[in-house]
Design a protein around this ligand. Sequence first.
Ligand code: ADP
Length: 267
Amino acid sequence: LRVTFTPIHRRDKGITGTIAVLQDVTEQEKLEHSRRQFVANVSHELRTPLTTIKSYAEALNDGALEERELSERFVGVISNETERMIRLVTDLLHLSRLDSNQAPLRRRQTNVHDMLDEVADRFSFQLRQKSIKATVRVDSGLQDAWLDRDQIDQVLDNLISNAIKYTLDGGKIELTAKKQQSPATIAISVKDTGIGIPKKDLSRIFDRFYRVDKARSRNMGGTGLGLSIAREIVKAHGGSIALDSELNEGTTVTFTLPLLQEGGEIA
Ligand code: ADP
C-alpha cells in the first residue's frame, strides 16, 4: 500500500487539513518484480553460452588450434552454444511479439487429424532414434478447427519435442483430439510415458525460464521458454492450456481451441 499526504493550504489560514491517498500498488509491484526477474533471467541465459564460447575461443587461440582433434571438438562446442543462443533469441522475439500483440492470427479452417498426422511425421526421425512409438487418435466426425496453422504448429512442436526430450527410450507418445461440450471446443492432448514432473513444480511450469532440472534442460538444448510460448499462442486463440503429470509415470499437456461450427461460424 502506498500512502501519500498532501497538505491543504488556505489563504491566510495556513494549513487547514491534509489529504491522504491510499494506493494499492501490489499488482504494480508484482509486475515490476516479474519484469526485473525476466531481464535478469535473459541476461543470465545469454551470458552462459557467451562465457563458454569465449573460453573455448581463447583455448584455440592459446594453442589448441595446433591439435586437430582437440580443435575440432572445441569448434563443435562453439557452434552448439551459438545455435543455443540463436534459439533463445528467436524464442524471445516470438514471445515479445506475442506480448505486444504484433502477431495477428491468420486463422484458417483446419482439419485436426491431418494436422496431428503431419506433426508426428515431422518428428518421425527423432522418434525412431529413441525408439518411441507415437500414435494419433482423433474422435471420428470431429469438426474442423479455426486456427493459425503456423502458430499451432509451433505449440505442437514445443509439446512434442518436450515429450521426446523427457521420455526414455522405448516410451510412448499419444496425440489425441476430442470434442468437448460446453463450451464446445476441441481438446488436443500430448501424452507421454516419460520422467514426469514433481507436484511441487507444477504450478510454475508455464513460467518463463522455469525448468525442473536446469542442467538436463540445457543438455537437451531447451531454452525454458517452450511452454510459455505455447501458453501465449493458445491464449491468443481464446483457448486454455493445462499440464498434468505423475513423477516417473508421464505427462499430459492438453489445450483447447475453438471449433468451426457448420456454416462456417465459430463456436
Ligand atoms: P525447456 O526448453 O526447458 O524444455 P519448456 O518451457 O518447454 O522448457 O519446459 C519447462 C520445463 O518443464 C522443462 O525444463 C522440464 O523440466 C518440464 N517439462 C516440460 N515438458 C515436460 C514433459 N513432457 N515431461 C517432463 N518434464 C517436462
